[in-house]
Design a protein around this ligand. Structure first.
Ligand code: MLT
Length: 200
């Protein structure tokens, strides 16, 4: 998968960056700098193109996912992470994902489908990636969700459903609410950084 890897001053902390629809591997680099300027960064571009806009998996229409493709692309990303860990010599169990929108959804899908795909996750405006799957045990996983009270793409009810699904699987979930629709706000990144600092 097309990606950027920067080794950090502290290579024991790795941030996996997953952009939103129409984004690239460049988009979340400033966010990573704000969250942990010392960490290594692996930023990946989604392999799917929707009319030229990169995504991490296909959708049938806004908010309705192609579940077969989602499962396939989640496996592809999971395999890529194993290969990248080998190539760049990092420990996969030290990876914290930072995903926005479509990138948050594939990060959520990694957690829904695989055991120990990530250490922790910062999910910015995520949806429930898929329903009716048995989520692996997530005990010990810390998850920050940045959500919008008026997010037109992910309703507050869906955010609460995601919180419940992850919490029921054993994760410790922190939800931070903003009221700027689906936008990624500076304030939610500041809140995510405060949360991240507490975990270090
Ligand atoms: C998706 O994965 O489709 C998102 O939640 C919405 C988007 O990326 O526009």
């Amino acid at each position: 998968m097309k990606h950027i890897f920067h080794e950090g001053v502290n290579p024991n902390r790795i941030l996996l960056l997953l952009h939103g629809t129409g984004g690239t591997e460049q988009d979340l680099l400033p966010v990573a700098k704000m969250i942990d300027p010392e960490a290594s960064v692996l930023s990946v571009r989604g392999n799917v193109s929707e009319n030229g806009m990169p995504r991490f998996f296909k959708r049938l229409r806004e908010g309705v996912f192609d579940e077969e493709d989602l499962v396939h692309r989640t496996e592809e990303l999971n395999t890529f992470l194993t290969e990248a860990a080998e190539e760049y010599d990092f420990d996969r169990s030290n990876v914290t994902a930072i995903g926005y929108s479509n990138g948050a959804n594939i990060a959520g899908s990694l957690l829904f489908h695989y055991k120990e795909p990530l250490k922790n996750a910062i999910l910015l405006h995520p949806m429930v990636p898929i329903r009716n799957v048995e989520i692996p045990k997530l005990n010990g996983k810390l998850i920050f969700i940045g959500a919008g009270t008026n997010d037109p793409i992910c309703s507050p009810e869906e955010t609460k459903e995601l919180d419940e699904l992850l919490s029921n699987a054993g994760a410790t979930v922190t939800v931070h609410w903003e009221s700027m629709g689906h936008s990624l706000t500076e304030n939610e990144i500041i809140k995510a950084r405060e949360w991240y600092e507490e975990q270090k």
